[in-house]
Ligand binder design. Sequence first.
Ligand code: FAD
Length: 486
Amino acid sequence: MAATYDVIIIGAGPGGYVAAIRAAQLGLKTAIVEREHLAGICSNWGCIPTKALLRSAEVMHLASHAKDYGLTIEGTVKPDLKGIVERSRGIAARMNGGVGMLMKKNKVDVIWGEAKLTKAASGDKPGEITVSKTSKKPMEPQVPAPKNTLGEGTYAAKHIIVATGARPRTLPGIEPDGKLIWTYFEAMVPAAMPKSLLVMGSGAIGIEFASFYRTMGVDVTVVELMPQIMPVEDAEISKFAQKRFEKQGLKFVLEAKVTKVEKGKDTVTAHIEKKDGSVEKLTADRLISAVGVQCNTENLGLEDVGVKLERGAIAIDGYGRTNVAGIYAIGDVAGPPMLAHKAEHEGVICVEKIAGHDVHPLDRALVPGCTYCTPQVASVGLTEAKAKEAGHDIRVGRFPFVANGKAVALGEDQGLVKTIFDKKTGQLLGAHMVGAEVTELIQGFVVAMNLETTEEELMHTIFPHPTLSEMMKESVLDAYGKALNI
Ligand code: FAD
């Protein structure tokens, strides 16, 4: 007889583990299945270890510019790659262990292994999954599975949530080999620093690695298919960021694609086809393939129980419900934006709906996006182009970092805060920022948009001085011709 739960979640990434905690808080008997690492890609190979690497890059940058701050450092500041990677891996392991503790604290059963849906719920009968031995190797450093972890077998639940995440997307003929062609996995743990690097794709993952390696002194070229880097961002912000990156020595080839890669003994030569059809050959030590991610929908038994996919992702409604009663999907496997905070929020919405709460469906338009390169980029809502496309008559406000006292005091006077309003209603449609700490600032605008704030309310809000946040208000004032410090 299969052990029976109210909720079983497949995948313990930020979507899955947060859903498990909330389900347990709501009094639902909950289990979570994981095949590789608690805390998922985010804490083990994504959000957190990249931020640890980028922090090392930031400290190195600051240390090598100590003179600008009136400080003398004897000798030159050099990266200790082993130390940088060990720090990043240690932080990943700490996050992973933390999720183990949270599962225990919330009395969520952890089942270790590879899960597959075998039966959908029908009438009073719960759905079922089987859990088999995982083929995944344990990651380094190893984090022991929490005590009392359950193993292979059949488990039943009234509600089964698929939260299996995503993996790197690969292009035919340019498949990562882990040696010369890297995905984010290898890029996160380099054994030696390459002298030169080619990054294919300028989305958040590509740009963050490009920024890290460039700060470490590597000769980096980024190839992007679209006419702008970070294609989902506002064109003006993207252009601003590109100029800053170029000042640091990053090189970009836009409106171009890598069509072929020749592997040498310790180098790769990429054939880069440009818009005009010409082909440039570029040789580098390593190539990072950062052309997006692909949902983990395979070998889950989705077809057997009739769950529908849409553009490679599990099709869901605003509450994570699939077309099959009792089966839900959240996070990366349920489609873009592929971000941890979207996965977490979806997880909470999904289990609260299961528990019968009156919840708002996910509003994808209000999911902020952040890229933690130097300078950072952050945004929420519509870009200027998208706002126009949607038929809005708009007002645009801008405020440069160079006119903000705190930014100047920090030695971070290059950046821009841009806000977009509907001219008629004063509704804040979008906010876009580039510069130091903007990934921390954006939340102010996310709250504002969530509360459907207008320009009036923002203008009557007091922002503390001296802070970078003052630029948010100034940008709003500028949209209405009332900026004070420019
Ligand atoms: P995942 O985190 O992918 O977790 C899914 C889990 O399911 C995994 O642990 C997997 O082992 C498990 N699993 C899969 N199949 C099975 C199965 N059959 N049985 C049992 N277990 C299974 N997002 C941000 O918001 N901010 C960032 O700064 C950021 N930086 C990133 C940097 C990099 C390099 C990468 C790669 C991603 C980054 N992301 C970032 C994206 C973020 O990591 C994902 O959006 C997030 O992890 C998605 O969470 P999830 O729970 O949907 O899936």
